[in-house]
Design a protein around this ligand. Structure first.
Ligand SMILES: CC(=O)N[C@@H](CCC[C@H](N)C(=O)O)C(=O)O
Length: 376
């Protein structure tokens, strides 16, 4: 009998300590403390920056099976009804990484108790929300030594009921690039606009022109998104702003569209520089490769779910979310799937309260599926 309540408890403890990417110090310590309470004969543990790699040794290994969980929180002020709310002001686990980690702990605990033939590598990866931990982790010696032969990950999905798993062979998540644009003009008195170059007006034009790239330059059958999530500019209501900054993200379903969108952004920014007689600088920040599920493995997993009835399986559409797990999938066969957590609030929302019953579903599915895969 494998109890899942301890992993709900750990999820709550993790929920209280959300941390930014590559600063997951308390999170790493809590995970290490929890892992240190397991019988140590069957496991090896390594740290990589704020991440952790755990090998659960198989009885007679012929391959390594990987599960990856991301670790970082988001700069959101939590507004849930939880008693176990975030104790880190302005930070919240609003993208389910507390779920992903506690499920990772559950999976490794299960296989310490019920060993399989193959080695299991559980990967706790920092900085998924940015600047991206997957790529440097993948390039590290620590990872190379235990590189899995196949790899899986899940992401909570607010829109699906508990008991439902959604995925698809092929592209699941988009290519992403962060986008930062700094504008510098000439400040001045609000009453004398002709003696200044107003960067609030320039930034406003920029936002609408950026949206026209999506509607006029990208093939409508090859989706793309530009979202400007933050604008900062000026200092006071009666002072013309000398500086403005736009912060956003670009999403495209094809690699080609990403470079096309960037070329068009550069042209729009040049036009704003000329039109508003200002200086503009673009920084693309962190870029993530698409999450592309290996077709055969994904189809096999979906068929297995259907045949065993371990969960209700839905073949979903691709989504414009990004995930640096795409870098793992570019090198290692595997897939990612959505885990239904049934909550009216979306990912990255201050009120999101995923249903914890989904932890039991994930543990049931992953432990049985990994054991089945190991026996194949
Ligand atoms: C699943 C999810 O919500 N992932 C994030 C990944 C962030 C990528 C990067 N920091 C960016 O903003 O482009 C997402 O926002 O999709």
């Amino acid at each position: 009998m494998f109890a899942t309540q301890p992993f709900i408890d750990i999820r709550r403890r993790l929920h209280q300590i959300p941390e930014p990417g590559f600063a997951e110090f308390k999170t790493q310590q809590l995970l290490l403390d929890t892992i240190s309470m397991l019988p140590q004969e069957r496991i090896d543990v390594k740290t990589w920056r704020t991440g952790i790699l755990v090998k659960v040794k198989g009885r007679n290994p012929s391959k390594r099976i990987g599960y990856r969980a991301d670790m970082d929180g988001l700069p959101i002020t939590e507004d849930t009804s939880y008693e176990f709310r975030s104790t880190h002001p302005g930070y919240m686990h609003a993208c389910g990484h507390d779920f992903h980690m506690s499920i990772g702990l559950g999976v490794l605990t299960y296989f310490v108790q019920y060993p399989i033939d193959d080695d299991l590598i559980v990967i706790f990866q920092p900085a998924e929300e940015g600047p991206g931990g997957a790529k440097p982790m993948l390039e590290s010696e620590e990872f190379a030594e235990w590189k899995p032969d196949c790899i899986f990950a899940l992401h909570i999905a607010p829109e699906y009921p508990v008991g439902t798993i959604a995925t698809r062979p092929g592209i699941l998540f988009a290519n992403t690039s962060e986008l930062f644009i700094d504008l510098t003009g000439t400040g001045g008195h609000a009453a004398f606009p002709h003696k200044a170059n107003d960067m609030v007006v320039a930034a406003s034009h920029m936002v609408t022109q950026l949206q026209s790239i999506i509607s006029r330059n990208v093939d409508p059958l090859d989706s793309a998104v530009i979202t400007i999530g933050r604008i900062e500019g000026g200092t006071k209501q009666n002072i013309i702003a000398e500086k403005a900054r736009l912060e956003g993200t670009i999403r495209t379903l094809s690699v080609d569209s990403m470079s096309k969108v960037k070329t068009r952004i550069e042209a729009v920014v040049k036009g704003i520089e000329t039109g508003f007689d200002c200086k503009a600088e673009i920084d693309y920040g962190a870029n993530y490769y698409q999450v592309y599920n290996e077709e055969n493995l994904t189809r096999e997993f979906m068929d297995w779910l259907q045949q065993t009835g371990a969960a209700t399986v839905v073949e979903c559409r691709e989504a414009m979310t990004g995930e640096d797990f795409g870098y793992f999938l570019a090198e290692i066969p595997g897939f990612m799937f959505w885990l239904g957590v049934d909550t009216p609030y979306g990912l990255h929302h201050a009120k999101i309260e995923p249903d914890e019953a989904a932890i039991e579903v994930a543990l049931y599915v992953l432990t049985r599926y990994i054991a089945w895969k190991s026996n194949k």
